[in-house]
Design a protein around this ligand. Structure first.
Ligand SMILES: NC(=O)c1ccc[n+]([C@@H]2O[C@H](COP(=O)([O-])OP(=O)(O)OC[C@H]3O[C@@H](n4cnc5c(N)ncnc54)[C@H](O)[C@@H]3O)[C@@H](O)[C@H]2O)c1
Length: 400
């Protein structure tokens, strides 16, 4: 068994992976570019919110099996889990973090080592970017080095369960790389390890989130059309889904987070002449917040002194993550357009730099226009009579 693993990038993916491996007997060197991340982990603490991760990190660090640092070191296995954001303008994939991480490990990579890219990457990155960098910059070139893309598909909030339980795809730059990657994941994953080539693994990961995005776009478009007809879209979807082969997803105020709203662009950027449906779905989802804003503007215009309450800022239910959140974008636009006094409630955070947080009770007492933007459990018990005399824009179909 390979004993030393160097994990580059200690965020939502890298830290759970590094600490889990540390508790499974691997000696793990965690590498991150941010000093506060390194210091926090070396104290046995965490800088991100994920259930039970604190216990795992504490255990891995205190056993001596996990140590964080800012420079990679020699290892048997290297795992790259750095961000792959969109570059603007033009929604182009930015693989510069993957390039930098590959360059940083290159001087330490030896024949027989395994290099795994867990970051979500455009098709062709493993063979077209990672392999050439290692060929040029690894101590002995890339000969005898096994290189594979092994995408992550964990759900925030369930990362530690899914890290072990999910099926994994491993796609190498050659057959030996695929076998080496499969052997490594099989040492700690309970799910099935599925072997393919690097490009197929890259495309499969991108297609998973694109599937979600396109289907959410259908739900969002249907919800707008239902509104024109005065139909409750949630009731309509529940009825349509009683068809044995239909499963329409739930509409919302838009699509956020750093995966579903990002990954389809990786496909579209490489195939603009072919990715018609994918690009259109992205636009449908990106335009949904504007539709919600039209509803809020129209409702606010009915009151002399509008007090507008926004329920939720997170990008999805029951998380504290505001990254790329459509709810946050809507609250900002209500503020920037000066539509009225703004009250914002987000029960999963204690403070926010941009907004003073109000309680749910404050909003129910004072607001005459209420936009329900996130289906947090904390809002799920709300009843229609609590909104009597107020304008309610329920983007999640929570209030019955
Ligand atoms: N978060 C998820 O739920 C999820 C799920 C599946 C796939 N992914 C993919 O995994 C990758 C990582 O995502 P994440 O959410 O963990 O990101 P993150 O932003 O939480 O963490 C990335 C970490 O990498 C560090 N970093 C950046 N460049 C570095 C470098 N050159 N050397 C060392 N450290 C560096 C950053 O400081 C940061 O701590 C992305 O490609 C993402 O699309 C994420």
């Amino acid at each position: 068994m390979n004993r030393t693993v160097c994990v580059v990038g200690l965020g939502y993916i890298g830290l759970p992976t590094a600490s889990f491996l540390g508790t499974k007997g691997y000696r793990v060197i965690g590498v991150d570019a941010q000093a506060h991340v390194i210091e926090t982990i070396n104290r046995g603490e965490i800088h991100i919110v994920e259930p039970d991760l604190d216990i795992l990190v504490k255990s891995a660090v205190h056993s001596g099996n996990l140590r964080a640092t800012d420079v990679p070191q020699e290892a048997d296995v290297f795992i790259i889990a750095v961000p792959t954001p969109l570059a603007q303008p033009g929604n182009r994939p930015d693989v510069s973090f993957v390039e930098a991480a590959t360059r940083s490990i290159a001087p330490h990579v030896r024949p027989g080592n395994l290099v795994l890219i867990e970051s979500t990457i455009p098709v062709g990155t493993t063979t077209g970017v990672v392999l050439p960098i290692l060929r040029a910059e690894a101590a002995n070139g890339a000969d005898g080095v096994h290189i594979a893309h092994c995408p992550e598909r964990v759900l925030p909030g369930r990362v530690l369960v899914e890290l072990v339980g999910n099926d994994r795809i491993v796609g190498g730059v050659d057959a030996e790389s695929t076998e080496a990657a499969a052997a490594f994941y099989s040492s700690f994953v309970n799910g099935e390890v599925l072997k393919t080539d690097a490009a197929t693994a890259e495309m499969a990961k991108l297609s998973e989130n694109t599937f979600r995005d396109v289907n959410i776009a259908l739900a969002n478009e249907l919800s707008i059309i239902c509104d024109r007809h005065g139909i409750d879209p949630w009731q309509m979807i529940a009825l349509a889904n009683r068809h044995p082969r239909v499963n329409i997803l739930q509409p919302g105020p838009g699509v956020g987070g750093h995966c579903i709203a990002v990954d389809p662009w990786f496909i579209a950027a490489a195939a603009p002449g072919q990715a018609h449906l994918i690009s259109t779905a992205r636009r449908v989802n990106d335009n949904k917040p504007e539709w919600v804003m039209e509803k809020i503007r129209a409702a606010a215009a009915r009151f002399k002194k509008p007090v507008i309450g926004c329920l939720g800022l997170a990008f999805k239910a029951n998380v504290d993550d505001l990254r790329e959140s459509p709810a946050l974008g809507i609250a900002r636009r209500v503020r920037d357009e000066g539509l009225g006094e703004l009250l914002v409630c987000e029960p999963h955070i204690t403070a926010n730099r941009e907004f003073d947080l109000a309680t749910l009770d404050d909003i129910l007492r004072r607001a005459n226009v209420i936009a329900l933007l996130v289906d947090h459990t904390a809002f799920r018990g709300l009843r229609a009579e609590q909104f009597a005399g107020r304008a309610l824009i329920d983007t999640r179909g929570v209030v019955r």
